[in-house]
Ligand binder design. Structure first.
Ligand code: ADP
Ligand code: MG
Length: 694
């Protein structure tokens, strides 16, 4: 149950002034349905109204606040003409311009002969100073009616800044104080304000500096959010480890067989990762480890060796994959190796039904299956192992904590869990996403990979590029052609891709296909299949080509307007080629007017193929969690945190969270109770629920 003190924070936004049935939908789209969501909807900018020149001094295009006398109203002669109000000060005249004005209202706002403070954007029309639709017209006796520093917010069509500001002001005016959840010593050392003061200052700043990510207020809020995140992770970690694990010590016999069968030896990084995993398995404590490595870095074989060690020690293993394609791919790789080494592997997905499924489950319960590979179907209640000891979760970030716990619940003992991810993220960020796990890194690629020839080409040369692709295709090559991101708008993305598809059709005829996010799964699969089989040679696509797409024959990727993509995303895209034995190339088409910073970003792509280096650079250059493509990278979307400026707080929050859970695992003490508020406030209350479920 949510503590009562938080009720006002979770009131419906419709209770706020200015938000009705119609506006509710817009606000929901933008922020959410609770007052808390509005409180957390931070400004994206500000308008400074403190510049108060005389009329004659005011420069064109600046936001000004002018003290003027209202001289004369000039109502519009007809509907198409604006209503004008002439004002003046001792340096000149100012015309206020209103379209579709209500004369009676304007008469009241601007009585002739009186002084008014007018704020808005200065313009000059035929050399005359004017302001169209001033933002504020206030009586100088009540200067507080106009904020000198006004926050601006991300908006959506149909919702004005005014309405949003008014609603947010109503929230900040009424929320109750909350007991402090941070450590006293930390608060004193950092000089932080309390939570409510900090968040209020973001909506009603005294100075521009208050809005900076380095301000005390923002650092406090960032730490709030990070602590909530880390605390939830720490709770899960504690729960996962609560059941006693056991020491799994194999005799090495199956691993020895595998080593013999494998046509290669493990790289140094693979050996190190495997060593870390084996020592976790042998340890009494349950393993909770994440293995990070680019696509193609050879994680699967390490996972297989780990499972072999488990089977040697007499337990069963599960390998969970997010999609059927990936589960199938794993089966294809693992099955022949497993069988040759004397292990039985099987596949369980949503497709297994009826008798076949029942038979499989029987074998599983009898302990006849050593390795079960599958999708979410693995977690279903009736899937029972004889003795599950090791769980491997591929593309870990695509699963929730819930699924991990559900899998762990299938074992009587604490099981050893190994997560895997192919999305490199910077080290500091690993803590925010996977703060509860230990990590192993595979940076080194298996030997024999040819480097990808990456080039940066001005977009004007697009026609040359297309001709080059045509020549390569004539020689048997296959190419991806990725279309530009157009803002956050799927429809515009699609239009751009369709246009490119049409123009490439002139060149390639039936040899080109199109995939995009709006297509149904089956249609998409069909086109992908055509590309994989070589029926078509060029594949035009929008934004991201799905993970799991593996066409080793594809050796060319063209990315239009590469400057609009994040580096991490470019890296993922480039990873679609260079998978076979052929030499691959990646053409980054960029618009030179995007500037030098854009170019230096792209140069990093040319200089390295190391996903970790690229991820670090991406973070440095763009500094944003949102830009990294949070969904893809598995990073939580944190609204208060600037991953660059607040990097030091990430570690602090992680350590504090582990300390807290160590001291007060049920969050029962005074600070523990306050921390429960924090968890609710930041939607991490699944942690609280987990504690209650025991
Ligand atoms: P990941 O799962 O990390 O994407 P995979 O395990 O699928 O990568 O490995 C990619 C390819 O590299 C596979 O074809 C695999 O057989 C091969 N491979 C893995 N390790 C090595 C190695 N040490 N030497 C040579 N090839 C390797
Ligand atoms: Mg893989």
């Amino acid at each position: 149950m949510r503590p009562a003190i938080l009720t006002p924070y979770f009131a419906d936004i419709e209770s706020l002034p200015g938000i009705g049935k119609r506006t509710r939908g817009f606000v929901e789209k933008l922020a959410g349905t609770r007052t808390r969501d509005l409180l957390f909807h931070l400004p994206s900018g500000h308008i400074d109204r403190s510049y108060k020149p005389k009329i004659a001094e005011a420069a064109d295009g600046t936001i000004v606040t002018l003290l003027v006398t209202v001289v004369e109203h000039r109502p519009s002669a007809n509907r198409r003409m604006p209503y004008r109000v002439i004002c003046s000060d001792d340096t000149g005249e100012l015309t206020l311009v209103f379209f579709n004005a209500r004369a009676d209202w304007l008469g009241k706002q601007l009585p002739e002969g009186e002084l008014r403070l007018i704020s808005g954007k200065m313009e000059h029309y035929q050399d005359k100073a004017q302001i169209t639709h001033p933002d504020y017209m206030v009586d100088p006796e009540n200067p507080d009616d106009m904020p000198l520093l006004e926050t601006t917010y991300p908006l959506t069509a149909g919702l004005s800044g005014k309405v949003l500001r008014k609603a947010i002001a109503a929230v900040t005016a009424t929320m109750p104080d909350l007991p402090e959840w941070h450590d006293k010593a930390l608060m004193e050392r950092e000089g932080w304000p309390d939570f409510l003061t900090a968040i209020k200052s973001q909506h009603h700043p005294d100075t521009v500096a208050d809005l900076s990510p380095t301000s005390l207020q923002r650092r406090r809020l960032a730490c709030d959010e990070l602590l909530a995140t880390q605390l939830a992770l720490a709770i899960v970690r504690e729960r996962t480890r609560r059941k006693r694990g056991r020491s799994l010590k194999g005799d090495g016999s199956i691993r020895a067989k595998l080593t013999k069968i494998l046509p290669y030896t493990l790289t140094g990084d693979q050996q190190t990762a495997l060593g870390e995993i084996i020592s976790d398995l042998e340890n009494e404590r349950a393993m909770l480890r994440l293995m990070q490595g680019d696509v193609g870095s050879g994680k699967t074989v390490v996972a297989l060796m780990a499972m072999a060690a488990g089977v040697e020690a007499g337990v069963q293993c599960a390998l969970l994959a997010p999609t059927e394609i990936l589960a199938n791919q794993h089966l294809k790789t693992i099955m022949p190796l497993a069988e040759a080494a004397g292990m039985k592997a099987a596949l369980l997905t949503g497709r297994n039904k009826g008798k076949a499924r029942a038979g499989l489950l029987e074998e599983l319960a009898a302990g006849e299956i050593d390795i079960l590979i599958g999708t979410h179907a693995l977690i279903q209640d009736d899937v029972a192992f004889k003795d599950l000891g090791v769980a491997i979760i591929d593309e870990q970030h695509r699963f929730g904590v819930k699924q991990r716990l559900a899998l762990a619940a299938k074992a009587a003992h604490g099981i050893d869990v190994l997560g895997m991810t192919a999305t490199p993220i910077p080290r500091t960020l690993t803590l925010t996403a996977y703060g509860d796990m230990d990590t192993s890194l595979i940076r080194e690629k298996p030997p024999g990979r040819l480097p990808i020839d990456t080039r940066i080409v001005p977009i004007e040369r697009l026609a040359d590029m297309a001709a080059g692709v045509q020549r390569a295709v004539a020689g048997g090559a296959r190419a991806y052609w990725v279309c530009p991101l157009v803002e956050e708008n799927e429809m515009l993305d699609l239009a751009a891709a369709e246009e490119r598809y049409a123009s490439l059709k002139n060149l390639f005829g039936d040899d080109v296909g199109l995939v995009h996010g709006r297509m149904k799964g089956r249609e998409k699969d069909a086109v992908m299949q055509q590309f994989a089989s070589g029926e078509i040679s060029v594949l035009v696509s929008t934004t991201v080509i799905e993970v799991g797409v593996d066409v080793p024959e594809a050796t060319i990727i063209v990315i239009e307007h590469a400057e609009r993509f994040g580096l991490a995303q470019l890296h993922q895209l480039r990873g679609r080629v260079g998978r076979g034995s052929g030499k691959s190339s990646c053409m980054l088409l960029w618009a030179p007017d995007a500037g030098q910073i854009a170019r230096s970003r792209l140069k990093i792509m040319r200089e390295t193929e190391d996903g970790f280096v690229i991820a670090e650079e991406d973070l440095k250059l763009r500094g944003g969690g949102e830009i990294l493509g949070t969904k893809q990278s598995g990073l939580p979307e944190l609204s208060m945190v600037d991953y660059n400026e607040h990097a030091d707080l990430i570690e602090l929050a992680r350590d504090d969270a582990r300390y807290i859970i160590n001291q007060d695992p049920e969050l029962k003490g005074e600070r523990g109770q306050a921390l429960r508020h924090l968890l609710y406030l930041f939607d991490r209350d699944e942690g609280v629920r987990l504690m209650q479920s025991g």
